[in-house]
Design a protein around this ligand. Structure first.
Ligand code: 13P
Length: 249
């Protein structure tokens, strides 16, 4: 049985006091859920978030990391540093990292390797742009993003990998992929995995959908057989909305 996961990516939002308020609200609403629940605050708020949530079933995860263990990389954060503040899971490859910080498939492959070498779990993001979808190239683009960054891995690595399909045109735009579009792409992703690693691996990897998931559309998206959860941006900044999405399972 694949894990169902709902992760809130807070992006560059919430200072320390806002983080504390949101965590208080999350704690007051947290209840047993079928899904694993995660939140990803900014680097500066990881430790207070971890301390505040360590007795709950909400996991604190990071939004990014560097591939090196340490060294002359001003402004960067390593896997070891994340683990030192209780973080076991990292989001890599978000389209905002690819677009604004020029993260390439090759760089992301190194980051994935570093995270796995440190026994961390990776939520690996990818997704096509609007022009790719309009020209009918969405599967080629997504297939290449997955192959280029992940297909050097041994099949055993996939027990620590969660995939997140986030079509760029649906992020923060209010425009969601239809449940059918999400299902079609998730099925393609699973087939891409199966072709390389076999059905057992493909059927064990959780594939999340991200892009304007809201309480109003979560249930229908999550009802699709290959959609194993969501990576939530804007709606994860509000505890009521976030738990409405978690409880959509
Ligand atoms: P929105 O839910 O705000 O569209 O963001 C999705 C996302 O980028 C999550 O990583």
């Amino acid at each position: 049985m694949r894990k169902q996961i709902v992760a809130g990516n807070w992006k560059m939002n919430n200072d320390l006091s806002q983080t504390e308020s949101l965590i208080d609200a999350l704690k007051s609403k947290a209840q047993t859920s079928n899904a694993e629940v995660m939140v990803a605050p900014t680097f500066t708020n990881l430790y207070p978030a971890f301390e505040a949530l360590k007795t709950t079933n909400i996991e604190v995860v990071a939004q990014n990391m560097h591939f090196a263990e340490n060294g002359a990389y001003t402004g960067e954060i390593s896997a070891n540093m994340l683990k030192g503040v209780g973080v076991q899971t990292v989001i890599l490859g978000h389209s905002e990292r690819r677009e604004y910080f020029n993260e390439t498939d090759e760089l992301l492959a190194k980051k994935v390797d570093a995270a796995l070498a440190n026994n961390m779990r990776v939520i690996f993001c990818f997704g096509e742009e609007l022009a790719d979808r309009k020209s009918g190239n969405e599967e080629t683009v997504v297939g290449n993003q997955i192959k280029n960054a992940l297909f050097h891995l041994e099949s055993s690595a996939f027990k620590n990998i969660v995939l997140a399909y986030e079509p760029v045109w649906a992020i923060g735009t209010g425009e969601t992929a239809s449940p059918e579009q999400a299902q079609d792409m998730h099925a393609f992703i699973r087939k891409t995995l199966a072709d390389k690693y076999g059905n057992d691996v493909a059927n064990s990897v959780s594939i999340l959908y991200g892009g304007s998931v809201k309480p109003a559309n979560a249930e229908e998206i999550f009802s699709k057989p290959d959609v194993d959860g969501g990576l939530i941006g804007g709606a994860s900044l509000n505890a009521d909305d976030f738990f409405a999405i978690v409880n959509a399972f």
